[in-house]
Design a protein around this ligand. Structure first.
Ligand code: ZN
Length: 136
């Protein structure tokens, strides 16, 4: 069994936005040379999250709006006493920052409408995405 690791760097340009990293992730998997195995993608941050969903402008705005309903900015949180981003931590904690997907016959197994979307909640900033592939 082979293992392969890469860390990508990317920038976000707004305080809250959804970024599509699908082409970067799938080209990294191709670069790994692994045809059958597992892909682990991990966003090493506490104020952003990673989901698999449709890259459609209306839905991306719906996601941001719904998350603001769940955890509004400056919603009277304890953490805001030392920082101003409790809402971003809460959203990240509940959604999660990593995903595991199968790789079969050289393709990441995912649905047609499942893009790798990063939900930024504390931008703009430089972020990283860790990509680990194992298999043969
Ligand atoms: Zn914080």
């Amino acid at each position: 069994m082979k293992t392969w690791f890469k860390e990508l760097s990317f920038s976000t340009s707004k305080a809250r936005e959804v970024i599509d990293l699908t082409s970067k992730v799938t080209s990294a998997v191709r670069e790994s040379g692994i045809k059958n195995g597992l892909l682990i993608v991990q966003l090493p941050h506490a104020t952003a999250s990673l989901v698999l969903n449709e890259n459609e402008s209306g839905l991306k705005q719906d996601l941001l709006n719904k998350l603001d309903d769940f955890a509004p900015v400056r919603g009277g949180y304890q953490h805001d006493r030392i920082d101003d981003n409790a809402h971003a931590h809460l959203k990240s904690a509940f959604i999660g920052s990593s995903r595991v997907l199968p790789i079969a016959d050289g393709r990441v197994v995912r649905g047609t409408w499942q893009s790798f979307l990063v939900i930024e909640q504390d931008g703009p900033r430089t972020r990283r995405l860790a990509i680990f592939v194992m298999g043969e």
